[in-house]
Design a protein around this ligand. Structure first.
Ligand code: PFF
Ligand code: NA
Length: 455
């Protein structure tokens, strides 16, 4: 294992690494989760707990994961193993969860791929809900667009094929090059969508629902718990991703600064997405003459039902706007799945001294098969259950164990010394306090909350 280290793949530039890290962070969660969460939890006032959570837990944990991967030069299992042999199990648990998440995250991206094509002519018809659940998810149904016949399975093959092609090429030639295309493209897309969003009649009312602050919610502990939850999820923490990505950084790398840039880049994107989405929803409420709460949703319902309805109603070039919106989902999703898959396949490479090509082939092959099961109407039910379980427990448990192990059993000072040795911007005592006295208690409270909601 040690011998191989000299041959470890490397990012070509710091910029490439940052783009890839932001690519992992920016995903469906920024588009369909954050804006709705803000709306539900005090609008603009939600930014208070959100940024508080970002500074007291998100960024510290990001520094911790990046610092660990960089110091140990390994994926999650290898990095934990280098601390103590028996900790390796935590690494495997982490990347296994990651793999399952990838399998269903890819299904959603595949749906979005189909919807890019559907958007041009609003192939979903006048009743997008019936279309989505009734017709689209049936594998035996095919569509012909621009002479190409496809169905949900074909979209899925396309998504996994792209994942495969990118990861096969490695860090610099694959992930980094793809990120250099994806991220500028995503920036352009989100700006275009936002500009269209805010110029629609009724948009301002919608955006007011997103941003109008209700500071009374700050008294409510569940608002704070939601903010912390969103921050962990949005920064892709607890999935072994940032550990793996940082393990490919050159020896001298400003880890602390990279963590800050990643976090703020990601938040900026969420904010723009919120304006775009709520602008469109505001228009939809106005043009249908209904109350705003009738149109607002999140998740799958927002992307594949509410948005198609809104696109039907939009004035001028609505097909193009729709296609750009779904393309935005696709690109933000793909840059996240490649990081998820890399976390798992780099673990296998590290463990079994397997070549990248072999590991990626096995992982993508299995992943495609797994996704195919989820992609059907029946799989949707399983997907819901898995999603609920993983999002509620997977991340929080892993994050908590990670912080306790590193915080109490191995010593944060080791990582702190390491990151401060290579960063211009150094972490101080606040960092230890953030991990030990904020992140650990918060993750514990989060778990308790979820558990209570369950029973
Ligand atoms: N951070 C992504 C989002 O907010 O959509 C989701 C995600 C991607 C979570 C990758 C975890 C992950 F490993
Ligand atoms: Na994100």
């Amino acid at each position: 294992m040690e011998k191989k280290e000299t041959q470890r793949d490397q990012w070509g530039s710091r910029f490439g690494f940052i783009l890839a890290a932001i690519g992992s962070a920016v995903g469906l969660g920024n588009i369909w989760r954050f804006p709705y969460m803000a709306y539900e939890n005090g609008g603009g006032a939600f930014l208070v707990p959100y940024f508080f959570a970002l500074l007291t837990a998100g960024i510290p944990l990001l520094v911790l994961e990046m610092g660990l991967g960089h110091k140990m030069r390994g994926s999650a299992p290898l990095s934990f193993r280098k601390i103590k042999e028996k900790y390796e199990t935590l690494g495997w648990w982490t990347v296994l969860i990651t793999f399952v998440v990838t399998v269903y995250y890819s299904v959603i991206i595949a749906w979005a791929v189909s919807f890019v094509f559907f958007a041009f002519k609003q192939s979903w018809g006048a009743k997008p809900d019936e279309f989505f659940f009734g017709e689209y998810l049936k594998m035996t149904n095919f569509w012909k667009i621009g002479g190409i016949r496809f169905n949900v399975l074909a979209s899925l093959a396309l998504v996994w094929g792209l994942n495969y092609l990118i990861l096969f090429k490695g860090i610099k030639e694959g992930i980094e090059k793809a990120s250099k295309i994806f991220m500028p493209l995503l920036a352009v897309l989100v700006v275009l969508i936002t500009v269209r969003g805010i110029t629609l009649p009724g948009a301002i009312e919608g955006i007011n629902h997103f941003l109008e602050p209700d500071f009374s919610v700050l008294k409510d502990p569940s608002v704070w718990v939601s903010a912390y939850g969103q921050v962990f999820f949005t920064l892709s923490l607890g999935f072994g991703i940032m550990i793996a990505y940082a393990s490919y950084l050159p020896k001298k790398s400003d880890v602390v600064n990279n963590a800050f840039i990643t976090a703020f880049g990601n938040s900026g994107f969420s904010f723009l997405a919120g304006i775009a989405i709520f602008g469109v929803l505001g228009y939809m409420a106005q043009s249908q003459g209904v109350a705003f709460k009738e149109v607002v949703t999140s998740g799958i319902g927002l992307a594949f039902i509410a948005f198609p309805k809104a696109i039907n109603l939009l004035p001028g070039f609505n097909g193009l706007f729709g296609a750009l919106f779904f393309l935005c989902l696709v690109v933000s999703g793909l840059s996240s799945t490649i990081s998820l898959i890399e976390s798992f396949s780099s673990s296998i490479m590290d463990k079994f001294q397997m070549t990248r090509k072999k590991a990626v082939t096995i992982v993508c092959g299995l992943g495609f098969l797994g996704s195919a099961i989820f992609a059907t109407g029946m799989g949707l039910v399983i997907l819901d259950v898995v999603d609920h379980f993983l999002n509620n427990y997977g991340l929080a448990v892993v994050g908590l164990v990670e912080c306790i192990l590193l915080g109490y059993f191995w010593g944060l000072p080791n990582i702190k010394k390491h990151v401060n040795g290579i960063s211009d911007f150094k972490v101080g005592v606040w960092w230890n306090i953030a991990i030990k006295s904020v992140t650990i208690p918060i993750l514990t409270i989060m778990l308790a909350f979820k558990f209570k909601a369950e029973v």
